[in-house]
Write a protein that binds this ligand. Structure first.
Ligand code: PLP
Length: 395
């Protein structure tokens, strides 16, 4: 850390010619920054890229297999399959388990739009199911109600914000008993656990995204699918590569969703640091929780069953108070997010695709009440303090 701090000091001081005392007092904090790499990371990556370039290994090659083995080991998955991005990963998973045209698929009303899109893109019909107002995730009761009411073929449960529903295991169990194929969109939950078990690794089939701003980011778009089922794994491998059963034999309609070699290299390197990165994110989440105690901006955390990864610092505020707090953050140059500002069933793009919904108003309420504070790997104590001072001063 000291070394990192020193590097920034040199960069700031050489570019902006600030006197030293101004540099030490922070004047802005971004919502997210991707520039906090471990010392030596850049040079190691660039020399690895040079080596792949010299071997003209651009797509595929041993680096991809290595990366998949490392992913499987870290997530304790039976199978880990790299692909082009997190949206494709959901589509591949849906296809791999046998979701077909016009099948009904449940999705949470509060998620990133890609979850909804993926269902439509495989020809299936999405049904949005509301989330719990307190936990922001699906709960067993609403999930059960949706299964009974809509009799879906499949459901995509989403582990949003860096944690998961406390009911995850019960939802898995109920889905299995009801014959509903459960896919888990884990784009935001890399490294999380429930009851001490890897969430991605113990799902029937789960997916993640390595978009650079995610907890485990790549050097470009990338994603992965994880599964405990051998047949699903085989289907995934076939689907990501034009349905190939042989070089020019095609047993399925797949598409091209191969992962690049540079991204795989970057992921391999990042995996070595992932615990430290998650630790620093968790420090931020815990610092906010402590510092904002008693204020109208209330941090939300997972239940104690779930080991979080600190992807997003989530807090809730009375919707009528949000705009003025945002004004104060803007004036102080503090970045923020509202993840996500609209429920899926309220998006104009969902009209004409929705096959049904359970809407108790919770996803909509959350979309109006949520406020995310800056959170990224290696955020400094000074930055966290500046954010909290800004919030406290506002109130
Ligand atoms: C980021 C994200 C995706 C999509 O991943 P891409 O790699 O951007 O395609 C899907 N679902 C959720 C919940 C996400 O956060």
């Amino acid at each position: 850390m000291l070394q990192l701090a020193r590097t920034y000091w040199i960069i700031f001081s050489s570019i902006k010619h600030y006197p030293r005392e101004n540099i030490m007092s922070i004047q802005q904090v971004p919502f997210i920054t991707l520039n906090r790499f471990e010392p030596g990371f850049r040079d190691e990556f660039l020399s690895g890229v040079a080596s792949l370039f010299d071997k003209t290994q651009f797509v595929g090659g041993p680096i991809v297999g290595e990366m998949e083995a490392n992913l499987a080991a870290y997530t304790k998955s039976k199978h880990a399959i790299g692909c082009a991005n997190g949206t494709d990963a959901i589509q591949i998973a849906l296809r791999a388990v046998g979701v077909n045209k016009n099948d009904k698929v449940l999705v949470p009303d509060m998620t990133f739009w890609a979850t909804f899109e993926a269902v439509v893109n495989v020809g299936a019909n999405p049904v949005t199911v509301d989330v719990n107002r307190e936990t922001c995730h699906w709960d067993l009761a609403t999930f059960k109600q949706a299964v009974e009411q809509f009799k879906p073929k499949a459901a995509v449960m989403v582990h949003l914000y860096g944690w998961a529903s406390a009911d995850t295991l019960e939802i898995r169990k109920f889905a299995k008993e009801a014959g509903v194929l459960l896919i888990e969109d884990g784009a935001q939950c890399f490294g999380t656990e429930i009851d001490g078990q890897s969430i991605l690794g113990t799902a029937l089939i789960s997916t993640t995204s390595f978009y650079p701003a995610k907890v485990l980011g790549a050097s470009g778009d990338a994603g992965a699918i994880f599964t405990t089922n051998d047949e699903y794994a085989k289907n995934c491998r076939t689907l990501i590569n034009h349905g190939r059963t042989d070089h020019y034999s095609h047993g399925m309609i797949g598409w091209n969703s191969r992962i690049g070699a540079y991204e795989s290299l970057f992921l391999n390197m990042s995996l070595k640091h992932i615990d430290a990165r998650i630790q620093s994110r968790m420090n931020a989440v815990k610092f906010y929780e402590e510092s904002l105690k008693g204020l109208p901006l209330k941090p939300v955390r997972a239940t104690s069953k779930v080991k979080e990864n600190g992807y997003c610092a989530v807090a809730m505020i009375e919707p009528s108070l949000r705009a003025s707090l945002i004004d104060s953050l803007k004036k102080a140059n503090v970045g923020y997010g509202t993840i996500y500002p609209g429920a899926m069933s309220h998006q104009s793009g969902s009209a004409g695709h929705l096959a049904g919904k359970i809407d108790n108003g919770n996803a909509h309420h959350i979309s109006q009440a949520v406020l995310n504070l800056p959170c990224y790997a290696y955020i400094t104590q000074e930055e966290l303090q500046y954010v909290c001072d800004t919030v406290k001063k506002h109130f």
